[in-house]
Design a binder for this molecule. Structure first.
Ligand code: ADP
Ligand code: MG
Length: 506
């Protein structure tokens, strides 16, 4: 796997950048709706190639071209790696923007700008949220290793991602995982001593040093998020689903122990330490709570979810962890099953449609029962019965336990090792998670499901507990932490950060 060293950035650019029109592409389907623009699956008319078009939203911008997009383009143009999404070109739509009915919309005359990316079939959140989805241990190892390899490349090239989470990790049907959404990323230098913005990283994946208000940080912030993703893959749901900064911090302290000067020298000097420190002594419980994880997985997780950023494991060292070198080995990405396209945006939409469908069916049923109890002439009863029967066949997205994809786990081909000889016999073939998660590695985004904070993983299989409590993903920014927002403290995540002026952006 190619890992470029520092200074090995490819700054080559296509001569056509920015000169072509979006009309060269035919939009097929919307696949994403982010805070700052829509993403479409599209086909290049001339070549037939399928791409993703990310529209840069200009309607909120009073200051001209959004700085976040400038950052994203600038950084992505430099990064060339198999585990980082490829920005192919920029295209523009010169004419007035059209409204939903195809009429020119006077208010939106600004000309659209789109980033053209290679198309990826899934994002990790969308894929994990598929009904009946189960990841095998070799599959988790395969994704984790690619995530770490891509991130190591970014860090070596002095780029912090600052928004690592499932919906920003794209996966194609060849099993390749790529880091995407560099809208919050920035270049940093190791000797740079300046202040960075504190308001980055989606709350659930935000490290303790950012919650405590630091403005001096480095690659360790991304490694915390990687630890959260790793635990989530093994555990079956997000491990720190806080609703605001104080709750986020307390969830971390409850699992990782109280931050104090012994384990984290200097922590008491952090701006928000006194506000967010736990009010009672708390022991680290990670090993106890996740005792069902395999020993090597737990060992690595411990190092990623280390409170003190100075002691937290780097991407490079994580790639050398025993976990990736013992049986079952990470599988060859190509051996992974192919799934129907799944992006967070679509899976959420489908779930919403499913809910509406279920509610309609319920209403229909009640109506039907009422009609049966009342004195309705037989023909009408029959009609109603027919309508009811039509609603009955299984909804398209219902959990289908008999149709779970077969997970294949190849033996880890020679190209998939990272600087170390292959350890142990190649294997893992057809293995479902062993030790890593006794239930089979169920993975579901149902933050509100289950009774206690860490019930056994069996509880998370889709369909086990109904899905009406789906929380819809992590909040992107602070919700209701009023006591902090006015005082310049931990006030929020990407929404705030992205809305900042250029000068405040660090
Ligand atoms: P935002 O800043 O709006 O979060 P992202 O770049 O994360 O923007 O895109 C939003 C969503 O669109 C992603 O979570 C993913 O589902 C989808 N998406 C983005 N880029 C691609 C791509 N290259 N291929 C396929 N889907 C993509
Ligand atoms: Mg995103």
């Amino acid at each position: 796997m190619a890992i470029a060293g520092a200074g090995q950035l490819n700054t080559r650019e296509a001569p056509t950048w920015g000169s072509r029109s979006v009309d060269c592409f035919e939009k097929l389907e919307q696949i994403g709706e982010g805070t700052y623009g829509q993403v479409y699956m599209a086909r290049e008319i001339r070549t037939g190639e399928i791409v993703a078009l990310k529209k840069i939203r200009m309607d909120n911008e009073r200051e001209g071209f959004p700085i976040t997009a400038i950052r994203e383009i600038k950084i992505l143009k430099k990064l060339h790696h198999e585990n980082v999404i490829k920005l192919k070109e920029i295209v523009t739509s010169p004419g007035p923007e059209k409204d939903d009915q195809g009429r020119p919309d006077g208010n939106k005359y600004k000309g659209g700008i789109y980033m053209v990316f290679e198309y990826m079939d899934h994002d990790l959140t969308g894929l994990a949220d598929r009904p009946g989805m189960r990841f095998s241990v070799p599959q988790i190892k395969c994704y984790m290793r690619q995530l770490l390899t891509g991130l190591h490349y970014c860090h070596v090239n002095q780029v912090l991602h600052r928004d690592i989470k499932g919906s920003n990790l794209l996966i194609d049907n060849e099993g390749n995982l790529k880091l995407a959404d560099f809208g919050l990323a920035r270049s940093y230098s190791i000797d740079h001593n300046g202040n960075l913005t504190n308001r980055v990283i989606t709350l659930w994946y935000r490290p303790p040093e950012l919650l405590l208000g630091t403005t001096k940080y480095g690659p360790a912030v991304d490694m915390w998020s990687v630890g959260c993703i790793f635990a989530e893959l093994l555990h079956g749901k997000p491990i720190f689903p806080g609703k605001d900064e104080p709750e986020q911090a307390s969830k971390i302290w409850e699992l990782c122990g109280a931050p104090d000067e012994n384990i984290w020298p200097g922590v008491s000097k952090y701006p928000w330490y006194n506000n967010l420190k736990p009010t009672r002594p708390l022991k680290r419980r990670l090993r106890e709570v996740f005792r069902h994880f395999d020993r090597h997985a737990l060992e690595l997780l411990e190092k990623m979810l280390t409170l003190d950023p100075e002691k937290r494991i780097s991407a490079k060292d994580a790639l050398d962890a025993e976990y990736f070198w013992i049986d079952p080995l990470p599988c060859d990405p190509k051996s992974l099953p192919k799934y129907e396209a799944s992006h967070e945006f679509q899976t959420k939409k489908k779930r919403q449609q499913q809910r509406q469908h279920d509610e309609a069916a319920k209403r229909q049923k009640i109506q039907h029962q009422q009609q049966q109890h009342s004195r309705i002439p037989p023909p009408m009863q029959q009609q109603s019965g027919q309508a009811h029967a039509q609603m009955r066949p299984g909804p398209p997205n219902a959990p289908m336990h008999g149709s779970q994809p077969q997970l294949v786990a190849g033996g880890g081909g020679p190209g998939h090792h990272y600087g170390k000889p292959r350890g142990g016999p190649s294997g893992g073939s057809n293995r479902y998670p062993q030790g890593g998660n006794p239930s089979g590695g169920g993975y579901n985004h149902h933050p509100n499901r289950g009774s206690g904070p860490y019930p056994p993983p069996q509880a998370y299989g889709r369909g086990a507990g109904g899905n009406s409590s789906y929380a819809g993903g992590p909040p992107n920014y602070s919700q209701g932490s009023g006591s902090y927002s006015g005082a310049g403290g931990p006030g929020g995540g990407r929404g705030n950060a992205r809305g900042q002026q250029y000068n405040n952006w660090q």
